[in-house]
Design a protein around this ligand. Structure first.
Ligand SMILES: Cc1ncc(C[n+]2csc(CCOP(=O)(O)OP(=O)(O)O)c2C)c(N)n1
Ligand SMILES: [Mg+2]
Length: 319
């Protein structure tokens, strides 16, 4: 397996195993923050972040585990944050929806839908004024384009030619409501085109395609200093918020679920490796085992870590 495919495999398995472990351990009731898992959506974060330099900046949402990990965020700090512990990336104060690690350019995650978009655009504006060569990537869901602030931000980014990649991760749902009940068309690139932002829509479950396409787009953004809107269609496997399946609620049709389970990003990647004679069972097993060990160590550490001191309760509270 070449070094790129190895990296993609490591990240895909890291994300999948971390989130499966969160899902398993959640019932122990030691993780007390809500969790929005991205199981099934991993190829989006992995394919794009593999093209980014440390100095490139990533901004994310309530569903931020995948972006944080794919950008190289510290695993132990993430798990400690989920457990509300002192060594967490926000000192245990933020929980699952506020992941950040400035040392690798994972700048910020915010759970208020679309609220991170203007902040990311502001960062791109600052980079441009300061003539920095890095770009900003902002990840958000299909519901975020339904907030007015998305349009204000897109307009500003277009008008000022800002080097920013808008990544709309279309998993078809805003909580329980299908995009067909919210939008006249599932092609959300039309919402970028009206701001004269170049755009592209593709399947987000093929990590090699996402990597190749975003590589070209990122190069173009860096050369032209113009924004780009990329829609990646994907699917979350389990409930909107929480560690379990919620298929019994029947807001998602079983045919639809099956169709997406058959388009699994990890299975797709394995198939690709086999087709291109790059597959090695031994290497994949090694990667999985290494990841499992690292991940178990992070959970063990987090469980034993201390909670923040009660005396520090008012620190960072502005009143
Ligand atoms: C402004 C705002 N309205 C409502 C909510 C409640 N809420 C949390 S996540 C979510 C759905 C977001 O859907 P999408 O942007 O598609 O992301 P996904 O959860 O599918 O990844 C909503 C409505 C919120 N956090 N912020
Ligand atoms: Mg969605």
């Amino acid at each position: 397996m070449n070094s790129l495919y190895k990296k993609l495999a490591e990240n895909l398995f890291k994300l999948r195993i971390v989130e499966n472990t969160i899902s398993e351990k959640y019932s122990e009731q030691e993780i007390r923050c809500p969790v929005h898992l991205s199981i099934g959506q991993e190829a989006v974060a992995v394919g794009i972040c593999q093209n980014l330099k440390i100095k490139d900046q990533v901004y994310s949402t309530h569903r931020c585990h995948s972006h944080y990990l794919a950008k190289g965020g510290n695993l132990r700090s993430m798990i400690c944050e989920l457990y509300g512990k002192k060594s967490g990336c926000c000192g245990g104060r933020g929980g699952s929806m506020h992941l950040m690690d400035h040392s690798v350019g994972m700048m910020l995650s915010l759970p208020i839908v679309a609220s991170v978009i203007p902040i990311a655009v502001g960062a791109a504006f600052s980079n441009k004024i300061k003539k920095r060569k890095n770009i900003v990537v902002v990840f958000f869901g299909d519901a975020a384009v339904e907030e007015g602030v998305f349009h204000e931000s897109a307009n500003f980014a277009s008008l000022h030619n800002l080097p920013i990649l808008f990544v709309c991760e279309n998993n078809k749902y805003s909580c329980f409501t299908n995009i067909k009940e919210r939008q006249p068309s599932e092609d959300l690139t039309r919402l970028a085109k009206c701001h004269k932002i170049e755009s592209f829509k593709m399947n987000g479950n093929d990590v090699v395609q996402v990597f190749n396409r975003s590589k070209k787009i990122i190069k173009k953004i860096k050369q032209s200093s113009k924004p780009f809107f990329l829609q990646l269609d994907t699917y979350r496997y389990i409930e909107h918020c929480g560690p379990r399946s919620d298929d019994y609620l029947k807001y998602r049709d079983s045919k639809e679920i099956k169709r997406w389970l058959n388009d699994d990003p990890i299975e797709n990647f394995i198939k690709y490796l086999k087709k291109t004679n790059q597959y090695s069972e031994k290497e994949i097993e090694n990667i999985k085992n290494r990841m499992k060990i690292k991940i178990n160590q992070a959970f063990e550490f987090a469980k034993k870590d201390k909670f923040p001191e009660v005396s520090s309760l008012k620190k960072y509270v502005y009143a």
